[in-house]
Design a protein around this ligand. Structure first.
Ligand SMILES: Cc1ncc(COP(=O)(O)O)c(C=O)c1O
Length: 428
């Protein structure tokens, strides 16, 4: 249950957030709370004793919510063990093999190898690298308009959802396809007018764009790209970092399209980064791809393995589909918003403009609901898989009130909350 004991952020949170604002070199305006580690299901408690309903799921990286008993068991069983972080590519632990086998057991049959790494961006980076290694004549990659693949320079070159992420950084050559029904035609045009198939290293796509706005690929668009890449021998990479591990109601979003990619990337919900493909796609030479910690945090791997097991045991794929349909129905009934969309538990809608979107995120947080922005003026709803319809109803009550309040002309939020959330327009 939501419980607000103090203003948001509360005094203890405020002290820490202020310290971070001053001293954290990568300050990126976090939500206005400091997590205490307490919480249950989709509810998390901050260090001031406030309880929030979390429809952000740690940016889709906390699929089972807070303190799931199955995961607590895992944490307990590793509590007297050190090091928990091993140089996993060079000094193996059993979790490394178990994690890969768990991942392959939920991947298309033809995929028989995976490479574990530290983060989503590094998963993308390594997907790029294995494709490039196979295609020495390749001079560029292709990604989609509005895409988001991470912040390392390779992944960032393929990303184009917001220029703040890219300003001042070098890029490697990349071309774009529109994220609409013209994508196939544009790919054909590139192949006709600009580059031979051998010169294109890969095409990378999020079937549901994350940061870029929770835009859901049309079936025809994905099918066209897959058909053309297959015909021309160009590797198709599916970025499942945000969509993966059941969030859309299937293990991987490409399953909605009847597509089997050549390579896919996972991270976030899996707790470690991973590149999954056919063994023959990976470089044969030892050391061609690696990293000290790559998948080497044994607790992360153990939690990832358990997460897969719990999703299976608790039949969460079906549950996510059903709750997603219920939530989309509620979204469609909401007044004052537009562009309602969703696939499983990746849902979004748009409001008038970016300023109202930021106000809405703030207003929700002040009332105990955590949501995230996306795209130009979108709000995304990313609840944990342990969310019930009653929790969703609670969230929609807050959302509806917040939309009504923030859409009134001249709305001004008050308090320090916005120093620690997207808007940055502190109005005392
Ligand atoms: C689709 C997608 N790809 C890649 C990434 C990068 O993942 P990470 O932040 O773990 O590097 C993200 C993160 O938001 C993502 O949503």
């Amino acid at each position: 249950m939501i419980r607000l004991k103090t203003q948001v952020p509360g005094p203890k949170s405020l002290r820490i957030l202020k310290g971070l604002k001053q001293k954290n070199g990568g300050w990126s305006v976090p939500h206005p709370l400091v997590l205490s580690g307490r919480g249950k299901g989709p509810y998390c408690e901050d260090i001031d004793g406030n309880v929030f309903l979390d429809f952000a799921s740690q940016i889709a990286s906390n699929p089972l919510g807070y303190n799931h008993p199955g995961l607590l068991e895992v944490v307990k069983s590793y509590s007297l063990r050190h090091p928990l972080k091993c140089a996993g590519q060079d000094f193996a632990t059993s979790e490394h093999l178990d994690m890969i086998e768990s991942l392959l057991s939920i991947s298309p049959f033809s995929m028989d190898a995976a490479f574990l790494i530290n983060s989503g961006a590094e998963a993308v980076e390594n997907a790029i690298k294995i494709c490039m290694r196979k295609r020495p004549a390749a001079k560029m990659g292709i990604s989609m308009a509005g895409s988001w693949h991470g912040r390392t320079l390779g992944a960032l070159s393929l990303t184009n959802s917001n220029r703040i992420h890219k300003m001042g950084y070098m890029r490697f050559p990349a071309m774009r396809l529109p994220f609409n029904e013209n994508a196939g035609e544009e790919l054909e045009r590139i192949l006709r007018a600009e580059a031979s198939p051998e010169e294109i290293g890969f095409v990378i796509i999020e079937h549901v764009q994350g940061e870029g706005g929770y835009n859901i690929a049309r079936k025809g668009m994905a099918e066209d790209i897959r058909r053309i890449t297959k015909k021309n021998g160009i590797p198709y990479i599916s970025d499942e970092v945000q969509t993966g591990l059941g969030r859309t109601g299937k293990w991987w979003s490409f399953e909605h399209y009847g597509i089997i990619p050549d390579v896919f990337c996972a991270a976030k919900a899996l707790q470690v980064g991973a590149v999954v493909s056919r063994k023959s796609m990976f470089p044969g030479e030892p050391g061609a791809i690696s990293s000290t910690w790559g998948g080497g945090h044994v607790l992360d791997m153990a939690l990832g393995i358990k997460t897969v097991e719990i999703i299976q045991k608790e039949k969460m794929l079906r549950k996510n589909q059903l709750l997603g349909e219920y939530m989309l129905g509620r979204l469609n009934d909401m007044k004052g918003i537009s562009g309602q969309r969703g696939l499983g538990l990746m849902l979004a809608f748009d409001v008038k403009d970016a300023s109202m979107r930021d106000d809405l995120v703030i207003e929700c947080a002040k009332n105990g609901l955590l949501v995230l922005g996306c795209g130009q003026r979108g709000i995304r709803l990313v609840p944990p898989y342990v969310t019930g319809e009653d929790d969703a109803d609670r969230a929609f009550d807050i959302l509806e009130r917040a939309v009504m309040k923030t859409s009134i002309g001249g709305f001004r939020h008050t308090g320090a909350v916005c120093e620690f959330i997207q808007c940055g327009r502190h109005i005392a």
